[in-house]
Design a protein around this ligand. Structure first.
Ligand SMILES: [Zn+2]
Length: 304
């Protein structure tokens, strides 16, 4: 179900990002942090920023986790790494109301107002997976270093977003094959043929990388693969590019000069906080997120 643009922007976007960044900044939390922790992120952000969340509750649902987070903030527990880790572990047994879960997932992957479309964040591997992914077979001229391998892995993760989505631990069973789809067969995405135009590179990717990536990032659901949110995280730092042909905004793969979505060679670097065309289109949704962060850093400076 598509939600109104303003409703989405005013809802979970700013608190989700604020909370997720706070969790990611805690050294002992960061390696464990995954999209399964979006519930904690949005609650932390909403309490800290004074954004009132009022999700509709279905029968048997509750919103008691909000009180637990509020208590952790009041006691100061949410200001220590160990306290945040305790909170993260406690919240993993809590199920978010479905209405809020729906908003959180939309916030991450909406093609027009999601994190990547707004050049705020992109989906990446969970923090402690990078070393294992660096061992993937080198793809000559494309992915020979740990950094370029990760960029290509993340390009593959993008392929899931548009038509399949990711599964979170607390999603209701009824969302399988409705809100979230599986990938059938050998897990090959036609979209990766646009990313990898070289036949030899494609062969290494299909024969060697795809099986390894499916093992790392998906659950075998008996004939189809389901992307695991527990293996995914968000990355906020890094470059962006924009394609004037298809309007795509995405992270570049350093060794691939063309648009990852349409193959156009005209992609150009994008500074999302300064580009006037981008800000005219997306600033309304993006600016409150950036303002929340600058406000926080101002306060931190005062306390220090
Ligand atoms: Zn394009």
């Amino acid at each position: 179900m598509r939600r109104g643009k303003q409703e989405l922007a005013a809802g979970t976007l700013t608190p989700s990002i604020w909370g997720y960044k706070k969790l990611q900044a805690a050294a002992i939390v960061a390696p464990r942090l995954s999209l399964d922790d979006l519930y904690l992120a949005v609650l932390l952000g909403s309490k800290q920023l004074g954004v009132r969340l009022r999700p509709g509750l279905k029968a048997a649902e509750n919103f008691e986790a909000e009180s637990a987070v509020e208590q952790a903030i009041r006691s100061g527990e949410a200001e220590t790494d160990a306290g945040l880790l305790d909170l993260l572990l406690a919240l993993r047994s809590e199920s978010p109301p479905q209405a809020l879960l729906d908003d959180m997932v939309t916030t991450v992957q909406d093609p027009f107002l999601g994190l990547e479309a707004l050049a705020l964040a992109s989906i990446a591997e969970r923090g402690n997976r990078a070393a294992a992914l660096a061992k993937l077979s080198p793809i000559p001229a494309i992915a020979e270093t740990p950094e370029t391998k990760l960029e290509l892995v993340r390009a593959w993760l993008r392929c899931w977003r548009s038509s399949h989505g990711f599964w979170l631990d607390k999603m209701p069973d009824s969302w399988w094959h409705t809100n979230v789809q599986g990938k059938k067969g050998k897990g090959k995405f036609d979209a990766m043929d646009v990313v990898l135009t070289n036949k030899a590179a494609r062969k290494i990717f299909n024969d060697s990388w795809t099986p390894a990536l499916l093992t790392t990032f998906t659950t075998d659901m008996g004939g189809e693969w389901r992307l695991k949110g527990s293996e995914l995280s968000l990355t906020f730092d890094g470059d962006w590019v924009r394609c004037p042909s298809c309007k795509s905004v995405h992270r570049p793969v350093t060794t691939i000069p063309h648009c990852l979505d349409c193959g156009s060679c005209e992609v150009s670097p994008l500074d999302p906080s300064r580009d006037p065309v981008f800000l005219a289109r997306k600033g309304y949704y993006r600016n409150p997120v950036m303002a929340a962060h600058s406000g926080r850093s101002d306060r931190s400076r005062c306390i220090d």
